[in-house]
Write a protein that binds this ligand. Structure first.
Ligand SMILES: Cc1cc2nc3c(=O)[nH]c(=O)nc-3n(C[C@H](O)[C@H](O)[C@H](O)COP(=O)(O)OP(=O)(O)OC[C@H]3O[C@@H](n4cnc5c(N)ncnc54)[C@H](O)[C@@H]3O)c2cc1C
Length: 430
């Protein structure tokens, strides 16, 4: 083959099977953590495969530990809320929880280990092996410092956010809006050196985003995101999210590398501009930028039902509801020429709605569930159910449902209304 060839043929390899589990959870973010815990507590063996070196996804690796749509939820989300408010020194701002991401990392890990879940970090799912009829995933294939490995399970739950396992298994999916554009990415940043009480007085939440943008403009910078977020996490720490990177796909590492470099430089510049204002900002300090960009939107894997914006307008729920969502539409504009802020269709009034079990069950594989932001939904509905309080409830529902299906010896899609009632009771009604 000449040196200018653009494709190479790799030789076939034999891949070691490293373990066999009842359930494998792909990704240990908010949804994956809850899926693993929900399943393990129901008595099945669980492995979490996680590409990062911690649990928590956007909360920890993404440095955005700001939990929306959690306030009505009990079960695992309720336990986390108790921990955050009563032990971790976290905050409740309106109905949203803030917490030190480092404490959350430790807590999530402790919970899963105590429940007997096996964790494998630094391990990325890169392929899936299926049965000869193509309907069943038999192994998740991973790459790590240990090379290529295979992991067998009876059921899989894709909580990778991006729907990586499902896509590798050949499942259909949707991406972006009607023009194929997705919401921008943002970089999570942790800052300190602001008096939280003074911040509330001098820059209350109702005007904070608009004012922050004004301050940046006065400092000579047109921010890529016109509504920067700043929220108190406790212990003198704040999250800050002041950048948008447009039209960078989640599956284009070159574009994401460039976007991350731009975002990090802009975040440092924004913090420097604010610090130079003095007063409230005089001691502002940037503690850390996330090691990965926050991906708002990637694949929405095709399920056996799809959550639609009409469900949200009508406030629909069915007996097959896994959990309810109370958060409205929140579209960060995919098109900076239109706005660099939120592009909410103002005419749409949202109501609390139920997410049906079938939106978690992959249409194209019989033993594959999804939880978190990669479930089956349309562009607008995704902007509502993607928040992390909902992801936790979806994860717990998926984990419990998967365990129930295994214990009954049936496929997830075959669970009856009575089956669902046994494990969604305290999720669905919240
Ligand atoms: C910039 C930004 C700001 C946001 N702000 C908020 C907010 O303030 N409040 C809120 O509640 N929600 C917010 N959201 C929404 C929310 O963060 C996500 O929708 C939420 O993280 C969904 O949870 P998840 O578990 O599905 O995904 P994630 O948090 O993305 O977790 C996915 C996990 O899977 C792992 N993973 C991915 N691919 C693989 C693979 N191939 N192999 C192994 N592991 C893999 C990842 O490392 C990660 O740990 C925000 C999102 C973004 C991007």
């Amino acid at each position: 083959m000449s040196s200018s060839a653009t494709l190479i043929q790799e030789s076939a390899r034999v891949t070691p099977v490293r373990g066999s589990y009842d359930i494998i959870v792909a990704g240990g973010g908010p949804a994956g953590y809850a899926a693993a815990l929900g399943a393990a507590r129901a008595g099945v063996s669980v492995l979490v495969l996680e590409q990062a070196a911690c649990l928590g996804g956007i909360w920890t690796a993404g440095l955005l530990p700001w939990i929306i749509d959690q306030h009505t939820r009990g079960s695992i989300m309720g336990e986390l809320r108790d921990y955050i408010l009563n032990q971790a020194g976290g905050t409740l701002v309106g109905t949203t929880l803030g917490v030190d991401p480092e404490l959350l990392k430790l807590r999530l890990e402790t919970d899963l280990l105590a429940a007997g879940v096996r964790l494998r970090y630094n391990t990325m799912i890169t392929a899936a092996r299926k049965s000869s009829d193509g309907r069943t995933v038999t192994h998740a294939i991973t790459e790590s410092k240990a090379g290529r490995e295979a992991w067998q399970a009876k059921l899989f739950i894709d909580c990778s956010g991006d729907g990586d396992l499902a896509a590798q298994a050949g499942c259909g999916f949707d991406y972006g809006n009607e023009h194929g554009l997705a919401q921008p990415t943002s970089l999570g940043v942790i800052v300190s050196g602001i008096d939280p009480e003074r911040l509330e007085t001098e820059l209350p939440r109702s005007i904070r985003k608009v004012k922050l943008c004004e301050f940046l403009r006065e400092g000579g910078l047109e921010p890529s995101y016109s509504l920067p977020g700043l929220g108190y996490l406790g212990h003198g720490l704040f999250f800050y999210a002041g950048t948008h990177q447009y039209n960078r796909r989640f599956d284009d590492p070159d574009a994401l590398t460039a976007a991350l470099i731009e975002a990090r430089a802009e975040a440092h510049r924004q913090i420097e501009i604010l610090r130079r204002r003095g007063g409230l900002w005089a001691n502002l300090r940037l503690h850390g930028t996330a090691s990965a960009l926050g991906i708002r939107e990637a694949r929405r894997i095709h399920g056996r039902a799809t959550v639609t914006v009409d469900d949200i307008i009508e406030g629909r729920s069915t007996p097959r509801t896994v959990c309810r969502s109370h958060f409205g539409l929140d579209v960060h504009s995919p098109d900076p020429a239109r706005t660099r802020g939120i592009d909410k269709p103002m005419e749409i009034q949202s109501r609390p709605y139920g997410i049906p079990w079938e939106a978690l069950a992959a249409r194209d594989c019989d033993n594959l569930l999804m939880a978190g932001r990669c479930i089956s939904g349309d562009f607008l509905a995704h902007s509502s159910y993607r928040v992390t309080g909902t992801a936790v409830a979806l994860g717990e529902g998926a984990g419990r449902g998967a365990a129930r299906a295994l214990q009954r010896g049936i496929l997830p899609a075959e669970l009856t209304d009575e089956d669902l009632a046994t494990f969604t009771g305290d999720l669905a009604d919240q």
